[in-house]
Design a protein around this ligand. Structure first.
Ligand SMILES: [Mg+2]
Length: 257
C-alpha cells in the first residue's frame, strides 16, 4: 500500500491562498484510494481546525485522523512514553487543545508555578510574553521540568517574508535555562513519524513538501521517496536531494493505491 505524507503550508495553500493545482492533485489521489496524511510542524492550530480547512480547500471530506500537527504529535508522544503529565506550555490554543485532549494537565502560566512540573512544551506563540517565558523558565530551573520542542523551525513564513517560529522561542529558553531540549518532535525529527505512520503495512511512503531542511530531510531519514514541490518556500531545488522535483503536483503521476 502507498502512503502519502503531505505538508500543508506551501503545498495545499500559501497564507490564505489555495494552491489549486496541488489541491486538485491531492483530491484526485484521495479519490483514487491513496491514503493521504497531512503533516505540519505548525502547532498553533488543532487537528480539528486543519481538518475543516483541508476539507474546504480540497473539496473532499478530510477527517482529523488524516491530520498530524507537531502539537498533536508532541501530546501523543509524551502520553505514550510518560503517561498524562503536568506541563507548562508556551504555545497557542491549538497546542493547548491537543495536550488537554491527550490527558495532560496544562498549568496556567499566569499563576505562580507549583512544582512538580514534568514538561515544558514549546511551540510557536504569537501571544508570547515575559510571564509565559518566566513560568517555563521557572518550571525548568526550580521544578526540574524537561524541555520539549514541538518543532525546530526558527522562522515561520508570512506574506512578505518570515516571522520568528517555535525554534526561536526554544532558543530563548535554552539560553535562559542552559537546558537542551530532551526531544524535538516535528520534521525532520523521528518522533512525529512514530505518530504519523500508523503501521508498517505501507510498502511505499511518499513525502511531499516545499522545504528541503524539514520535509525532504525528514523523508531522507525515514527512507521514504521524497517529492519537492516548488509552490512554497523553495523556488529552485539547489542542493536539495529530493528524489523528484516538480513545479506543481500536476507534474506528478498519481501512484497506484
Ligand atoms: Mg511547508
Amino acid at each position: 500500500m502507498v502512503l502519502i505524507l503531505s505538508d500543508m503550508d506551501g503545498v495545499v495553500w500559501r497564507g490564505s491562498r489555495i494552491i489549486k493545482e496541488n489541491a486538485e492533485w491531492l483530491r484526485e489521489a484521495m479519490e483514487s484510494g491513496v491514503r493521504v496524511i497531512f503533516v505540519t510542524n505548525n502547532s498553533t492550530r488543532s487537528r480539528r481546525v486543519y481538518a475543516e480547512r483541508l476539507s474546504n480547500a480540497l473539496g473532499i471530506g478530510v477527517g482529523v485522523e488524516s491530520v498530524i500537527t507537531s502539537g498533536y504529535a508532541t501530546a501523543v508522544w509524551l502520553r505514550r512514553r510518560y503517561g498524562p503529565s503536568r506541563t507548562v506550555v508556551v504555545g497557542e490554543e491549538g497546542l493547548v487543545e491537543e495536550m488537554v485532549l491527550q490527558g495532560h494537565l496544562v498549568l496556567n502560566p499566569y499563576d505562580p508555578v507549583r512544582c512538580p512540573v514534568d514538561f515544558v512544551v514549546v511551540g510557536m506563540d504569537r501571544g508570547l510574553n515575559y510571564a509565559k517565558l518566566a513560568a517555563a523558565h521557572e518550571a525548568i530551573r526550580r521544578c526540574g521540568a524537561t524541555l520539549i520542542a514541538t518543532n525546530p523551525d526558527t522562522t515561520y513564513p508570512v506574506e512578505d517574508g518570515d516571522h520568528p517560529g517555535a525554534g526561536s522561542v526554544l532558543a530563548f529558553l535554552r539560553t535562559s535555562t542552559g537546558q537542551e531540549p530532551a526531544a524535538i518532535i516535528g520534521k525532520p525529527h523521528e518522533p512525529i513519524a512514530e505518530v504519523a505512520v500508523p503501521s508498517r503495512d505501507y510498502g511505499d511512503v511518499i513525502i511531499i513538501g516545499d522545504r528541503c531542511d524539514t520535509d525532504i530531510e525528514w523523508g531522507r531519514r525515514l527512507g521514504a521517496r521524497t517529492v519537492l514541490v516548488l509552490t512554497g518556500l523553495t523556488k529552485s531545488p539547489g542542493a536539495c536531494k529530493a528524489d523528484t522535483v516538480v513545479k506543481t503536483l500536476k507534474d506528478l503521476e498519481i501512484p497506484t493505491p
